[in-house]
Design a protein around this ligand. Structure first.
Ligand code: FAD
Ligand code: NAG
Ligand code: NAG
Ligand code: NAG
Ligand code: NAG
Ligand code: NAG
Ligand code: NAG
Ligand code: NAG
Length: 772
């Protein structure tokens, strides 16, 4: 929901890695490395370490190489696997030389010089007509302030490339623009040592590779070892423990079905076994995922292990999915959200019984502190005054879900008892209490196992299960995909379902390709097409009354003491809420006759400021303007050759009318600003009009993380991926229940509407004949 620099997307460690490093011999030097060749850009990254010491400290150096086709203008490599607060080695060709430096990145800025490591270019580095190759020794490179790698075990590593050259190629400290792509891989350092290390350094050639062997690494994955566990069949296998999957698994198990919920990530809140606490909540069960006031730290953590590493936009890969890491804005859906105009089949129009079930299980609150009081309300007060001047009226938003024109109110959330609540603290609790409900975490589903149109099970990455990782279905059993707008689309591609260009990428992958069904069983559906996300634009202001709360920068390590103590005592105060304080909506009719609704979200602080004006950072606040219902722009999501899920065609402003309407909304919201004494807009500043500001806006930062419709519900297989029972066209027993089936964006942030969709979908699935 908030604008972020993409650099923050470059986190890491642990969880989900597209590739695993393997050993290879460099064809030119004969040196043995461990590494990968990224299949999209064809850049090879290799490392080799000195022999392990049998006693005493390990050596702190290694030899590395990057071999890059010249289209890669610079290459970066993060030793610790996170782009933030980790050493980076950045290199590029300059005429016939390689220019390189070690860097360190802090939030949202170009990585700066890092003193300490000694980087030496080795003689086999070269530049030719097609490639550049950087072979280097890095000394003092295995530990750094605040971290390090253990050369006796495994870790995650990250790479970044750019197709845009650096600003000053002859200068090793040159600035450059943000990477154009990045990725992660896992590496077992314990097997990446060579007894020839010293002779490599003295210039010796290594082992001569057999002529047939490829000079880059192959991408076979190691087979996990361990005892084989029996694969139990289930009535329903639900893939993905986000809001869609949790609500569905709860309702299916409530009906007496034997249900397995599979989640690729691990625990989130304290209740689920999570233990990631802030220094000031240590010794309690109040984790980062429990304390609402820690929301903004999701984007500034040096080790944000919860983001999916194989999806290039923000997506939560942990129990609760997006609802464990999001701002928790929670809107009860309205009639228009489920209308035929919004793309729903007629049979979905009567959403009220399902929305009522949702409200009963998961109430909303616009005063989440346990003492019933509201905190940090100054930005609310300023913007309320502004909006009243534009004819808006104040309402309790979720008491009036159909009222979305010229209204504003206090932001509403699905926090419970002053903590992150959501589906994890409601639906999942009841599911877990049932004997027929099973839960498997840290387990990745790659594809469904098909016999023609029938799904017989799911393929997991845990080959100990049944010996090959397949979890079967009972006779008449069903699979429900709830892996999110990117995740479910990828599982379909890997199951032979979707456009042929996507299936071709799967075919070419040495691990996923052989798992595809025979081509005669491929199902051509518009998977990934028609995706939507709200375009959003931030305006940043100051007002002397506003408390910017240090822009949320201190809440993790050095919170205001009284606020921390108050929260620890009884989950009340500032920390019982996330950053948003006020929401508003206004309807616009576009030149194309379509009514579009603009939404605003107000919060103290700002994600990014660009201004020539002097300002007091203690007083900043943001109005984010989104376009929601009625939005017409659509894009496409899919995968690349590394099977990373990503937007292929950006959805924002694909239809120029959307841009015109959002511009009107932005201009309107500041139209009477002069009436509010002391209110100043600092971004955009006076050097720029709002039009110029929007024209210059980086499309990637227009992302609201509200992706829907990549597997939209539709009347037929030409227009969508699932039918009115949420069953995938052309299959007998494959269903999807997550944000991807929503045909177009609802009137606000989507999680509330999505959970009503999941209530209705699980009811329709249970009612559909032929099931278990
Ligand atoms: C940073 C951010 C802020 C947001 N803020 C808000 C907000 O304030 N209000 C709001 O309404 N919405 C917000 N959203 C959007 C909201 O969180 C999503 O719309 C919602 O979570 C989508 O739910 P889902 O069930 O479709 O998928 P997800 O929530 O993405 O859940 C998918 C789950 O499936 C798991 N999974 C994926 N692939 C596999 C696989 N192959 N095998 C096994 N498991 C798998 C994932 O780990 C995850 O747990 C925000 C989203 C983000 C990213
Ligand atoms: C399967 O994938 C998950 C998520 O990436 C990971 O945590 C887990 O360790 C993997 N399991 C195996 C057996 O490789
Ligand atoms: C250019 O360098 C690359 C990488 O070292 C190598 O694979 C390739 O053979 C070289 N090309 C020529 C023409 O020497
Ligand atoms: C558990 O599931 C099995 C298989 O569907 C079913 O026969 C049994 O009745 C269920 N038990 C309960 C307590 O729901
Ligand atoms: C944390 O939660 C666990 C599981 O619910 C519970 O056993 C434990 O007592 C809790 N610890 C604290 C300090 O509250
Ligand atoms: C696949 O389905 C066909 C009928 O549709 C059936 O005859 C066959 O036995 C099935 N194969 C397997 C391996 O289950
Ligand atoms: C900035 O704002 C803070 C909080 O309102 C105030 O205490 C401080 O004096 C202001 N600083 C300046 C230079 O005006
Ligand atoms: C910052 O603002 C200036 C004008 O004040 C503009 O020229 C520049 O493009 C802006 N930069 C970004 C990244 O928006």
């Amino acid at each position: 929901m908030l604008r972020r620099a993409l650099l923050a997307l470059l986190p890491l460690a642990g969880s989900v890695l597209g590739q695993t490093a393997t050993q290879f011999i460099d064809g030119e030097t004969g040196w043995q490395f461990t590494g990968i060749t990224d299949p999209v850009h064809q850049v090879t990254y290799g490392l080799t370490f000195p022999p392990l010491a049998s006693s005493g400290p390990q050596s702190t150096e290694f030899i590395g190489e990057f071999v890059a086709p010249i289209a890669n203008k610079w290459v970066g490599f993060a030793i610790g696997g996170a782009m933030l607060q980790n050493p980076l080695i950045v290199a590029w060709p300059n005429e016939n030389e390689i220019v390189a430096s070690t860097r360190i990145a802090n939030m949202y800025s170009v990585p700066t010089e890092l003193d300490g490591p000694i980087l030496t270019t080795l003689p086999s580095s070269h530049v030719n007509a097609t490639h550049w190759k950087f072979v280097f020794r890095c000394q003092g490179c295995t530990s750094w302030t605040g971290g390090g790698i253990d050369v006796t075990s495994g870790a995650a590593l990250a790479w970044a490339i750019s197709t845009v050259g650096v600003d000053d190629p002859s200068n090793p400290q040159s600035t450059f623009q943000e990477h154009t792509d990045f990725g992660f891989f896992g590496m077992d350092f314990s097997t990446a040592h060579t007894s020839n290390y010293a002779s490599y350094l003295s210039g010796a050639t290594g082992t001569t590779p057999p002529p047939s062997s490829p000079s880059g690494p192959t991408s076979t994955k190691p087979t996990p070892t361990g005892p084989t566990v029996a694969a139990t069949p289930f009535d329903y296998i639900v893939v993905g423990g986000g809001p869609g999957g949790i609500v569905t698994a709860d309702r299916l198990s409530e009906a007496g079905k034997k249900v397995l919920l599979i989640e690729r990530g691990g625990p989130s809140t304290g209740e689920t076994g999570g233990g990631y606490t802030a220094p000031w909540t240590e010794g309690t069960n109040l984790t980062k995922f429990d304390v609402p006031g820690l929301f903004e730290t999701m984007f500034s953590d040096p080790n944000p292990y919860w983001w999916c590493k194989d999806i290039t936009v923000f997506a939560g890969c942990l129990l609760g999915g997006g609802t464990s890491i999001n701002g928790a804005l929670y809107w009860i859906p309205n009639d228009r959200d489920f209308s035929q105009a919004s793309g729903f089949p007629l049979s979905w129009g009567n959403h009220q019984p399902f929305t009522n079930k949702l409200k009963a299980r998961l109430p909303s609150t616009d005063h989440p502190s346990t003492d019933g009081k509201r905190y940090l309300e100054e930005s609310f007060d300023v913007v309320a005054q502004l909006l009243k001047g534009q004819g808006y009226s104040e309402i309790t938003i979720n008491d009036n879900p159909d009222s979305k024109d010229h209204v504003f109110g206090h932001s509403a959330f699905d926090f419970l008892d002053g903590k992150r609540g959501g589906p994890v603290a409601s639906y999942l609790r009841t599911a877990k209490g049932r004997k027929n409900f099973s839960y498997l975490d840290y387990t990745l589903v790659t594809n469904v196992v098909r016999n023609g149109s029938t799904i017989v099970g799911v393929q997991t990455n845990d080959t100990r299960i049944g010996g090959d990782g397949i979890i079967p279905l009972n006779p008449k059993g069903r699979v429900v995909l709830s892996a999110g707008s990117f995740g479910s689309a990828r599982i379909l591609f890997q199951s032979g379902i979707g456009p042929s260009d996507m299936i071709d990428l799967v075919k070419a992958d040495p691990v996923a390709g052989p798992k595809l069904p025979p081509p005669s069983q491929f199902i051509n559906l518009p998977v990934g097409m028609n995706v939507m996300d709200n375009p959003s634009i931030n305006l940043v202001f100051t007002h002397p009354s506003v408390d910017a709360y240090e822009n949320w920068a201190d809440v993790w390590a050095s919170p205001r003491a009284a606020d921390a103590a108050q929260y620890l005592k009884d989950q009340s105060g500032v920390f019982a809420g996330s950053s948003p304080k006020l929401n508003f909506w206004r309807a616009y009719s576009g030149s194309d006759g379509i009514t579009r609704i603009a939404q605003g979200t107000v919060r103290p602080g700002a994600a990014s400021i660009n201004t020539t004006l002097p300002y007091n950072a203690s007083n900043i606040f943001t109005i984010t303007m989104y376009l929601s219902t009625g939005l017409t722009s659509r894009g496409r999501v899919g995968i690349d050759a590394a099977l990373r899920a990503k937007p292929l065609v950006n959805p924002w402003f694909a239809d120029p009318t959307d841009k015109v309407v959002l511009l009107r909304a932005l201009n309107d919201v500041v139209s009477n600003m002069k009436d509010i004494t002391g209110m100043t807009m600092i971004t955009p500043d006076r050097q720029m009009t709002i039009e110029q500001y929007v024209d210059a806006y980086d499309p990637g930062t227009m992302n609201s993380n509200h992706w829907v419709a990549s597997n939209r519900i539709a009347a037929d297989a030409q227009h969508g991926v699932v039918d009115e029972n949420t069953k995938v066209f052309g299959t007998d027993n494959l269903f999807i229940v997550d944000a991807s089936i929503i045909p177009s964006l609802p009137t606000g942030n989507p999680q509330g509407m999505l959970m009503s969709v999941a209530e209705q979908a699980s009811s329709k699935i249970l009612a559909l004949a032929g099931g278990p």
